[in-house]
Design a protein around this ligand. Structure first.
Ligand code: URA
Length: 206
């Protein structure tokens, strides 16, 4: 499933982010705010269970989240989406994964991974701003599935058709959420029109 989350606030903030003249501070703040808005939609189908509660007036049945939520930013740009989602789901646990591709074997190498227990019964949100070729997201999903995760959502800001197709082909069970689906990748692997290198723009590196 692919869902592009069209909303005037998301579009407005993403337009600010895309602009070359936007400062690191404004880029990061807009990303943080979009992450929160996206989380509201991404969480729409979280399962709940009934619990009996007592209000000041009477007993009644309320509902609480019935599954653990685990947010997994792909290092390093994924960190930019973390706080906004955590504001909406403050009980979420957080895992991290960092990977690079071995230039000789072309195999993904995991250089850092730390996850909470029981991924198998959790809803795992893998987050990364840019879904370009889809290579890192695909590798991250493989690694997280190896550790037992069965319910995975991939949350990205901007996607290219190439990346979406790769994930849908290899992981049809993973729901993909985007704020925008852009035109294409250029010869350097950047999304067009995109917003440039998300990691550099979040952290002020070049
Ligand atoms: N990663 C980025 O940060 N930007 C792109 O356009 C593609 C991949």
């Amino acid at each position: 499933m692919l869902e592009v989350l069209h909303h005037p606030l998301i579009t407005h903030k993403l337009t600010q982010m895309r602009q070359n003249s936007t400062t690191t501070k404004d880029f990061r703040e807009n990303l943080d705010e979009i992450a929160e808005l996206m989380a509201y939609e991404v969480c729409r189908d979280l399962p709940t269970r009934p619990i009996e509660i007592e209000t000041p007036v009477s007993k009644c049945i309320g509902y609480e989240l019935s599954k653990e939520v685990v947010i997994v930013p792909i290092l390093r740009a994924g960190i930019g989406l973390l706080d906004g989602i955590r504001r909406l789901v403050p009980t979420a646990k957080v895992g991290f994964i960092g990977m690079y591709r071995d230039e000789e074997t072309l195999e993904p190498v995991e250089y850092f991974a730390k996850f909470p227990n029981d991924l198998e019964h959790s809803i795992v949100m893998i987050v990364d701003p840019m879904l370009a070729t889809g290579g890192s997201a695909n590798d991250a999903i493989n690694q997280i599935k190896k550790r037992g995760a069965k319910n995975i959502k991939l949350v990205c800001l901007v996607g290219a058709p190439e990346g979406v197709q790769l994930i849908q082909k290899n992981h049809p069970d993973v729901d993909v959420y985007l704020a925008a689906l852009d035109e294409r990748l250029n010869e350097h692997g950047y999304i067009v029109p995109g917003l440039g290198d998300a990691g550099d723009r979040i952290f002020g590196t070049k």
